[in-house]
Design a protein. Structure first.
Length: 642
C-alpha cells in the first residue's frame, strides 16, 4: 500500500506542482537572492546577451547556461529564479524516474531528498548555474538508463558549457558507452565542444578559443586562498543535513552488496548496476573529490564554496534513497506502523533541514544591504547621467543599468589598465567610481589607498556598516564613491612636526640620544654597533590628520667615516596588540651636505593609509642593520594631503 502511494502518478504530479509553488512563493516574497555575487553576474550576462551577442560565448558566463536561461532573465531576477525552479523541479522528476528504473522502493522520496538538501535548496532562489548542471546531468543519466544513447551523448556534451566541471563527467559516460559497446555513439560526446568551437572560430578567429579563454587559470590564489583537504567532509551538515548525511553514508555502504555479487557471480549483475555505479556514484564522487583537491591546493580559483556541490545533488539524492532502501529491512516493512513511522520521521527531518540554516529566509546580508544603500543613494543623486565604474554584481541590479554598455558602465578591474594604456583621458570627466572592499582590493587589485591618493579622483561619499565586519581578504567592508576630476588635485602641506632631540616628547628608545654630536642644539641620536635602532617616533592613528595621504620625512645625517650606509628609514603600522599591519623602508641617500658642519640632508616619503584608528600606531625610526657609527638630528615630519 505504501509503495503504491509512492508510485501513483497523481501523487507525483501533485508533489511536483506543490514544490514549484513553494519555491515560487519563496522567490517572489524574498528580500534578496541567495548569491549576490556569481548568481547576479550570471543573471546579468543572461539578461543582456540579446543586446551584446559576444556574451553568448563568454567563457566565465557558461555559454549553454546563458542561451538557455536568457528568455527567462528578460523578466528580471524573478525570471531567472523561475528558470532555476523549473530546473530543480525537472531534476526532481527525472531523479524520481531513475529511482523507479533502479527498482528502489519509496521512489517518490527522491524528490524531497533532492529539493530539500541544504546545499541545493538555496541555489534555486538564485541565478547560479548549479540547478541547470544538475538537470542536464540527471537527464543524461536517465537517457542512458533508457538506452537512448545518442541523445544522452549529445545532451551531456554540453555539460562543460554549463559548468566547467562537466569535463570531469564526460569520461564516465565514455566508460558506459564502451561497456555497452556503443562505439559509434561515443563520437557524439564531442558534439557540444565541436559546435562551440566552430561558432567561436567565426567570432574569435580561434578554433581553440575554449581552451585559450579558460577563466580558471588559478592566478588568483593569493586572495582566493586554499584550505584543508577534508573541508567538504567537515562541512557535511551544510551539504546534506544530518538525516540525508546518514542516508548518504548508508547508500555508499549498501552499494557494496550488489557490487560484491557482481564480482563473485557475473550472472547476477543487476541490469542497471554499471550505470548506477559509474554515472550516479561516480559523478558525485569525482566531483566531490575534485573540488576537495582544488580547494586544498588553491587551484582553479576555488573558494571552497559548499554550494558548488549542488550540481551533483541529484546523484546524491539517489545514493541517499539506496541508503534508505537498505535500512528499511523486510522486518520493518512487515510491520506497517514501523514503516510509516520511519518514513514520516525521515521525511520531516529532511524537509526541516534547509530551514535551519542562516540563509533562510533570504534577506539582504550586511554586504548586500550596504551595496543597496549606495545604489539607492546614487539613484537619488545628481550623478545619474555620468558613466559608472563598479564590480559588485548586485550594484548593477540595484541601479538597473546595462553593465555591458561601455558608454555607460565600466568594470572596476579595467579602470587602471585603461588609464595605463590610454592615459587618464580614457576616463570621462565626472565618471563615478564605486569601490567596495570585497572586489576592490581582490579581483580588481586596487587597494583603497591607490585611488584615494590618486589626484584624478575625488572622494564624494562613504558608506560604512553600523557594525564593522570583514570580507574576502580580511578587509573591513566599506563602500567608497569617487568622481573623476577634470583637473588633477594638487597636494598641499597640511601640518608639520619637528624633533631636535632636545626634548623627548612622543619618542621611544631615547637611550640613543646623547650630546656626542649635534646639528642643532646640544643633542642628537647616536647609531652605533650597540644601537641597532634609533629613537622611535610613535603616533596614534587618530592623531594623524584625516585628510593626510603622504608623510614627508627629513633628517640631518652625519657619518665620520664615509658617506654611504646600509641603514634604512622605516615606516610601520602596528595594532594595539603589537601585530604589524604595514612595514616599509627607504634607503638613506643624502640629498645635500652642509660644507661647514658636514651634516647631510636626507629626505623620503611614505603613503598614509586612510581610516587609521586610535588602536593603530604609526612608527618611524632608523634601522642600523649593519651596526655602523653615525648620527641623526633634526627630524621633520610634514603631512601632505589634498
Amino acid at each position: 500500500m505504501v509503495n503504491k502511494f509512492f508510485q501513483n502518478k497523481l501523487t507525483t504530479s501533485a508533489i511536483l506542482f506543490l514544490s514549484f509553488a513553494l519555491f515560487f512563493f519563496i522567490s517572489y516574497f524574498s528580500e534578496a537572492t541567495y548569491d549576490p555575487g556569481d548568481g547576479i553576474r550570471h543573471y546579468l550576462i543572461s539578461r543582456y546577451c540579446w543586446d551584446h551577442h559576444d556574451l553568448m560565448l563568454y567563457s566565465w558566463g557558461k555559454p549553454f547556461f546563458t542561451i538557455i536561461s536568457s528568455p527567462f532573465s528578460q523578466f528580471g531576477l524573478l525570471g531567472i529564479n523561475i528558470f532555476n525552479i523549473l530546473c530543480a523541479v525537472g531534476s526532481a522528476y527525472f531523479t524520481y524516474r531513475i529511482a523507479e528504473l533502479l527498482n528502489f522502493k519509496y521512489a517518490l522520496l527522491a524528490i524531497p531528498f533532492l529539493l530539500f538538501t541544504p546545499s541545493y535548496f538555496p541555489t534555486i532562489n538564485s541565478g547560479l548555474t548549479e540547478p541547470l548542471f544538475g538537470l542536464v546531468l540527471i537527464l543524461s543519466i536517465y537517457l542512458c538508463l533508457t538506452e537512448r544513447y545518442v541523445w544522452a551523448a549529445i545532451l551531456v556534451s554540453f555539460l562543460p558549457f554549463v559548468r566547467t566541471e562537466g569535463n570531469l563527467i564526460l569520461p564516465l559516460f565514455l566508460l558506459i558507452f564502451l561497456y555497452r559497446k556503443k562505439f559509434l555513439q561515443i563520437l557524439f560526446l564531442g558534439f557540444g565542444t565541436l559546435v562551440y568551437s566552430v561558432i567561436g572560430f567565426f567570432y574569435y578567429d580561434d578554433f581553440f578559443w575554449i581552451k585559450n579563454q579558460n577563466p580558471y587559470n588559478g592566478n588568483n590564489k593569493d586572495f582566493y586562498g586554499s584550505g584543508e583537504l577534508l573541508h567538504f567532509v567537515h562541512n557535511h551538515n551544510f551539504i546534506w543535513g544530518s538525516a540525508l548525511g546518514i542516508l548518504f553514508v548508508a547508500g555508499l555502504i549498501f552499494l557494496l552488496k550488489p557490487l560484491y555479487k557482481s564480482v563473485v557471480n557475473k550472472k547476477v549483475i543487476e541490469n542497471k548496476l554499471p550505470e548506477e555505479t559509474i554515472l550516479i556514484y561516480g559523478s558525485f564522487l569525482i566531483y566531490f573529490i575534485a573540488h576537495s583537491f582544488m580547494w586544498w591546493k588553491g587551484l582553479a580559483n576555488s573558494l571552497g564554496l559548499l554550494r558548488v556541490l549542488a550540481g551533483v545533488i541529484p546523484c546524491s539524492a539517489l545514493i541517499c534513497l539506496r541508503g534508505l532502501n537498505g535500512i528499511m529491512l523486510p522486518v520493518f516493512q512487515n510491520k506497517k506502523w514501523i514503516e510509516y513511522t520511519v518514513i514520516t520521521i525521515t521525511l520531516v527531518w529532511v524537509i526541516r533541514s534547509p530551514f535551519k540554516h542562516d540563509y533562510f529566509p533570504f534577506k539582504l546580508d550586511q554586504e548586500q544591504a550596504l551595496i543597496k544603500e549606495a545604489g539607492d543613494w546614487y539613484k537619488e543623486s545628481n550623478y545619474t547621467k555620468h558613466k559608472v565604474y563598479y564590480l559588485y554584481p548586485l550594484l548593477a541590479h540595484v541601479l538597473d543599468v546595462d553593465p555591458f554598455n561601455p558608454d555607460k558602465v565600466g568594470e572596476l578591474w579595467g579602470l587602471y589598465p585603461s588609464i595605463k594604456e590610454w592615459g587618464i583621458g580614457a576616463i570621462p570627466d565626472s565618471t563615478i567610481v564605486f569601490w567596495d572592499a570585497h572586489f576592490g582590493p581582490n579581483e580588481c587589485r586596487i587597494p583603497l589607498d591607490t585611488i584615494i591618493n590618486d589626484p584624478n579622483f575625488e572622494l564624494i561619499k562613504t558608506f560604512k556598516p553600523q557594525t564593522e565586519f570583514t570580507t574576502l581578504g580580511g578587509y573591513k567592508f566599506e563602500v567608497y564613491v569617487f568622481m573623476k576630476l577634470s583637473k588633477p588635485k594638487q597636494l598641499k602641506e597640511i601640518s608639520t612636526l619637528s624633533y631636535d632631540f632636545e626634548e623627548n616628547k612622543d619618542l621611544l628608545n631615547t637611550i640613543t640620544i646623547n650630546e656626542q654630536q649635534a646639528n642643532s642644539g646640544k643633542k642628537s641620536c647616536e647609531l652605533s654597533p650597540k644601537n641597532e635602532y634609533s629613537a622611535t617616533l610613535k603616533i596614534p592613528g587618530d592623531k594623524i590628520p584625516s585628510n593626510a595621504s603622504l608623510i614627508k620625512f627629513s633628517t640631518s645625517y652625519y657619518k665620520a667615516q664615509g658617506d654611504s650606509t646600509q641603514a634604512l628609514i622605516v615606516f610601520s603600522i602596528d595594532d594595539i596588540n603589537g601585530k604589524n599591519i604595514t612595514w616599509e623602508s627607504r634607503s638613506i641617500k643624502p640629498d645635500s651636505r652642509d660644507s661647514k658642519t658636514k651634516w647631510q640632508q636626507i629626505n623620503c616619503q611614505f603613503s598614509i593609509p586612510k581610516n587609521l584608528t586610535k588602536n593603530e600606531f604609526v612608527s618611524i625610526y632608523i634601522w642600523n642593520k649593519s651596526k655602523e657609527m653615525f648620527y641623526v638630528d633634526d627630524w621633520k615630519i610634514d603631512y601632505w594631503g589634498y
